[in-house]
Ligand binder design. Structure first.
Ligand SMILES: [Zn+2]
Length: 173
C-alpha cells in the first residue's frame, strides 16, 4: 500500500482530543536544511505520530522517524550510507508544566497563531540532531589505511568540517 504524506502542520489540541495517529511519509524535497547538510537523502522519511492527552492532562505527541542519507566519511572522504532513526516526545504545555511544577520527560514546542505545530520542522530538527558531529564509516569498513592511525586517532588534520553547524544546533537543544 502506498503511504500517505504526513500533513505539514497539525493542531495538536484537536488531534489529541480525537486521539489521532498518523502513519506516513515525508518526501525528501520538503526537508531543505537536512538536504543541505548531507550529500543526498536516500529515501522518503517514514514517520509515525501519535497524539494524546496524558494522565496529567498535558497535550502530547510522540513518534518516530527514519530515513537513510548519504554522507561523506570524515575519515576517508568516501561517501557512505548513514541510517537515521529518531524517537521523540513533545508537549505544547510548557507553561502549564511550569505553573504546576510538574516533572516530565517531554521536549517542548509551541503552537503558531493558528494553534498548529509544524511537524516537518520538528522532524527535520530531530533528524539533523541525529547526525554525528563527524560522520564516519564503521572502522572496519573505512578506507583509510590503518597505518595512518596512531592510538585510534588520525594523524593528519582533516579539512574544515561541514558539520560545525550541528554543534550550534546541539548546544541550543
Ligand atoms: Zn571512511
Amino acid at each position: 500500500m502506498q503511504k500517505v504524506k504526513i500533513p505539514q502542520t497539525v493542531d495538536p489540541t484537536r488531534s489529541a482530543a480525537k486521539r489521532l495517529d498518523y502513519d506516513g511519509i515525508l518526501v525528501p524535497n520538503s526537508l531543505e536544511r537536512l538536504t543541505g547538510l548531507v550529500e543526498e537523502i536516500l529515501s522518503d522519511v517514514d514517520v509515525y505520530l501519535s497524539f494524546y492527552v496524558d494522565l496529567q492532562g498535558l497535550t502530547v505527541f510522540e513518534g518516530n522517524a527514519g530515513t537513510a542519507v548519504k554522507c561523506i566519511c570524515q575519515r576517508c572522504g568516501e561517501p557512505f550510507t548513514l541510517d537515521l532513526n529518531v524517537d521523540f516526545k513533545y508537549t505544547i504545555d510548557q507553561k502549564k508544566i511550569e505553573n504546576l511544577g510538574l516533572t516530565v520527560d517531554y521536549d517542548f514546542t509551541d503552537v503558531n497563531e493558528f494553534g498548529e505545530v509544524d511537524i516537518y520542522s520538528i522532524i527535520e530538527d530531530e533528524l539533523i540532531l541525529a547526525i554525528p558531529y563527524a560522520p564516519m564509516h564503521p572502522i572496519d569498513e573505512c578506507l583509510v589505511d590503518k597505518a595512518d592511525w596512531v592510538n585510534g586517532e588520525i594523524v593528519e588534520e582533516k579539512k574544515s568540517n561541514p558539520f560545525t553547524v550541528l554543534n550550534q544546533l546541539k548546544s541550543r537543544k
